[in-house]
Ligand binder design. Structure first.
Ligand code: ADP
Ligand code: TYD
Length: 210
């Protein structure tokens, strides 16, 4: 099967993902390489409807397992409808959050542990990123950076302890997946971070994914 390149971006809220996604888009544009940009939860019409439920502040009573399954359901649709076909067509797919978000937020943050990887093994169906950029930033700093942003969604409005657990989860995932997850010190300046990402992308393009 013809295979494109699959890149995901992860990290706490406010860690600079969107900022660096703009840089990543520019990296490929400058090379005249077409990309498919997408995000989770969402990325499809069905996924966007699931996203509304997940982020709705009126759904505070949501059971954690329901939450994990809804993220996985959105992902299953996204993988089958968007990501797999794009990769099969040899395209470069850039995804704002993917399965590591579930491992960090639901697995560690909600303490659902191993069940989250089991559910998600069905959702991703073997389709994993070639490289994942993890924006490493203390969640408290991320929260301050976005404090002026519009109203917090259901996940963002969780307590500091939850966001710290999520962040510790991300650091553990980085340790467990050194070949795939590329950790970035996101407390530095935007250009410095961009330069690290561009270096890694050059490696990915030349087929040296380390
Ligand atoms: P995310 O998509 O992870 O929520 P954003 O890219 O939207 O994060 O960044 C959150 C805020 O922090 C924005 O106001 C952005 O301009 C700012 N920001 C992004 N990167 C940096 C950085 N390296 N240093 C300081 N502020 C940053
Ligand atoms: P979003 O607005 O996309 O957040 P951000 O701008 O920070 O990327 O909202 C997605 C929220 O959902 C975010 O708080 C992280 C959370 N999330 C999970 O808890 N599990 C998941 O599997 C995914 C994809 C996201």
């Amino acid at each position: 099967m013809k295979r494109g390149i699959f890149i995901s971006i992860e990290g706490p809220d406010g860690s600079g993902k969107s900022t660096q996604i703009s840089n990543i888009k520019k990296f490929f544009e400058d090379k005249n390489l077409e990309i498919v940009f997408t995000r989770e939860p969402g990325g499809t019409a069905i996924g966007d409807r699931i996203r509304e439920i997940l982020l709705d502040n009126n759904c505070k009573e949501m059971d954690y397992m329901t939450e994990a399954m809804l993220y996985a359901a959105s992902r299953a649709q996204h993988v089958s409808q968007v990501i797999k076909p794009a990769l099969a067509a040899g395209k470069i797919v850039i995804c704002d959050r993917f399965v590591d978000s579930s491992m960090a937020y639901q697995g560690y943050g909600r303490r659902l542990g191993e069940s989250v990887s089991v559910i998600n093994s069905y959702a991703v169906a073997g389709c994993m990123p070639d490289v994942t950029f993890l924006m490493k930033l203390d969640p408290g700093i991320g929260k301050r950076r976005v404090s002026s942003r519009n109203q917090e969604d259901r996940l963002e409005s969780e307590k500091v302890d939850f966001h710290q657990e999520v962040y510790n989860g991300y650091l553990q995932l980085e340790k467990d997946n050194p070949d795939r997850i590329f950790g970035i010190d996101a407390s530095r300046g935007i250009e410095e971070i961009r330069d690290d990402i561009y270096k890694k992308l050059e490696e990915v393009l030349s087929g040296v994914i380390k």
